[in-house]
Design a protein around this ligand. Structure first.
Ligand code: ATP
Ligand code: MG
Ligand code: MG
Ligand code: MG
Length: 576
């Protein structure tokens, strides 16, 4: 592929709503483009990653004996009425009407449709077991779409469904899938954990989530470093008796000390300019004059949007207030933090406050926080990591951290994860209401035993970035990189030798089956390198006149600190 024919659209700035690094980098690298809330176009560069994820998933699903079909995105409501999910599912289920006022849904998964296929096609025990899967667009009207394609409303999922004659055989099919998932996530080259999840009443313990470990994960994982015990939040809570809650200062990791500060100091501590928007942060500051002199007393700098959401709060002071922001009233502060008016003392948080800067804030310690008392606040407050723990995670710490693990082999620890896959034994939950039966050896109809198995195809690249990036951009694992090698010629338009060498290497690599990109845009080296470091192509070859004179090309891995000289004739073998 040649850059001049492709679309490379890198950005200097990340969008203001990008809270996590994967969202920032995918947007800046030109991989995704937002169309609406939780709705994204997968741009050419991003689609290449998605296709690689899909290819690995397909290979392993096929290897495990699953067969691919493709079920509709828009599904008639009647199938969902058969299983009762039409009524049971809340607003996450997108319902639409056609021109005849008939009801349809946009599929969030496909249990109903696949069960309908099975009840028509699988009639005898001789046809079982069977596993059908597809890779298809899903829509879930998520309450809070965020983090780009990590939690979007429209996304791509691989969902597989197994059909078996009895529970024992269904459980064996489940194990085949659980194994295939391990192979898949191993191949992506990510650090992940398979954790026991709650399968409700049906499946006993036959439900596992595959969680990519990341500090920004929305899920909590409870695990025992001394054994293979690992469970998700709901599962762990069910196992452990609830401890009484502490003094509800969950988000504070250090006892704050009362002190004084100005909003300038606050901004310096945050390493952000005055008037940077952050979210859900409570600060004290001084009244400033237009010239920036301190003229008044300290006040709460708790700014909330008109909708009471406590979501957006500004660092800084009155000048430059964004539209839609205002100071919180004392009553709101009292309500949110559970303090009395005029309260003096540690902030007793009713809920952990989530601190999210809209840009990278390296140090999240020693914040200055206000109390709703004039001239009184706290310094030295530590709020944890740059994306604070979701409430549920903080709750979990309170409940199980440090307890003996259920297998008795050690003490429980907690980490955060991104759910990228889920395997689930369903029993007859769908086959029963939909009357999906097969005839057994004696000709008797029996309900099929089912399992379902999902992978978040478009969530996966985001999870990979959360684990693999640096200050310059993404560092893709080879398996899912949009291009494996980028060839960067320097002065290609001036030097016929450079052009010829670059094109030759590009063609040879293509011939050898390597996913190569030749950057023939004629960019200056600095800008060209910055683009590819942002995009995260793992291997780079630089071709220059000076190097060619010595018969050398330069190779550098995205993680290397410096380039390695490689004789021009050996580069193909070197990067292949
Ligand atoms: P979550 O707990 O994150 O909401 P889920 O448990 O609702 O996910 P499943 O029904 O198990 O999701 O779907 C299978 C997979 O689809 C998930 O493991 C996840 O990787 C992916 N997925 C689910 N919801 C989304 C979403 N809104 N955006 C992107 N991927 C998603
Ligand atoms: Mg969900
Ligand atoms: Mg989940
Ligand atoms: Mg799930």
């Amino acid at each position: 592929m040649k850059a001049s024919q492709f679309l490379i659209s890198t950005l200097k700035e990340a969008p203001a709503d990008a809270e996590v690094v994967s969202h920032r980098l995918m947007t800046r690298a030109g991989m995704i483009k937002k169309l609406g809330a939780g709705i994204y176009t997968y741009m050419p560069m991003g689609l290449r990653v998605i296709r690689k994820v899909e290819a690995i998933v397909r290979e392993e699903m096929n290897r495990a004996g699953a067969v691919e079909l493709l079920m509709p995105v828009v599904q008639p409501a009647e199938y969902w009425q058969e299983t009762g999910r039409w009524e049971k599912m809340g607003p996450e289920l997108m319902r639409v009407k056609d021109r005849h006022e008939r009801d349809y849904i946009i599929q969030p998964t496909s249990e109903e449709v696949v069960t309908d296929v099975a009840r028509q096609e699988l009639r005898s025990y001789k046809q079982l077991p069977r596993n059908f899967y597809h890779v298809q667009t899903k829509f879930r009207d998520e309450r809070r779409p965020r983090f780009g394609v990590m939690r979007s409303r429209e996304f791509i999922m691989k969902d597989a469904y197994s059909f078996d004659r009895d529970a024992a055989s269904a459980k064996a099919s489940y194990q085949v899938m659980a194994q295939a998932y391990r192979r898949i996530f191993d191949r992506f080259g990510l650090t992940y954990r398979a954790v026991a999840a709650d399968s409700g009443a049906i499946g006993g313990d036959l439900s596992e989530e595959f969680q990519v470990i990341a500090a920004t994960g929305e899920d909590a994982i409870v695990y025992c470093p001394e054994s293979d015990y690992a469970a998700n939040m709901e599962k762990a809570e069910a196992l452990a008796p609830r401890k009484p809650r502490g003094s509800a200062t969950a988000a504070l990791t250090k006892t704050p000390t009362p002190g004084k500060s100005t909003c300038r100091e606050v901004a310096e501590l945050l390493k952000v300019p005055l008037d940077t928007t952050v979210k859900s942060l409570v600060l004290a500051t001084d009244e400033l004059s237009a010239k920036g002199e301190v003229v008044g007393t300290q006040v709460w700098l708790l700014l909330v949007r008109g909708d009471h959401d406590m979501n957006e709060i500004k660092v800084g002071k009155v000048p430059g207030l964004d539209n839609g922001f205002r100071f919180a009233t004392n009553a709101e502060i009292v309500e949110h933090f559970g303090t009395k008016p005029g309260y003096l003392g540690p902030i007793d948080l009713k809920k952990p406050v989530r601190v999210v800067a809209d840009r990278e804030v390296a140090v999240m310690s020693d914040w200055i926080c206000g109390a709703n008392e004039e001239d009184f606040h706290f310094t030295g407050v530590n709020w944890g990591r740059d994306l604070p723990e979701p409430e549920a995670v903080a709750d979990l710490r309170n409940i199980v951290e440090g307890d003996l693990s259920p297998d008795g082999k050690g003490v429980l620890a907690i980490e955060r994860g991104i759910e990228v896959g889920h395997v689930f034994y369903l029993g007859t939950k769908y086959s029963q209401p939909m009357n999906a039966v097969y005839l057994d050896e004696s000709g008797k109809p029996q309900p099929m035993e089912m399992g379902c198995y999902g992978i978040g195809i478009t969530r996966l690249p985001a999870a990979a970035i959360e684990q693999n990036h640096d200050e310059r951009g993404i560092i893709w694992p080879d398996a899912i990189a949009p291009f494996t090698v980028v060839v960067c010629p320097i002065g290609m338009d001036r030097s016929a030798e450079v052009r010829a060498a670059a094109e030759r290497l590009h063609d040879e690599l293509l011939e050898a089956g390597v996913d190569v990109m030749l950057d023939d845009r004629g960019e200056r080296p600095g800008a060209m390198f910055a683009d590819w470091e942002l995009i995260g192509v793992p291997h780079r070859v630089v071709i220059s006149d000076r190097g060619l004179k010595e018969g050398q090309l330069e190779y550098q891995h995205r993680r290397d600190a410096a380039a390695t000289k490689v004789p021009a004739g050996e580069m193909l073998a070197f990067v292949k």
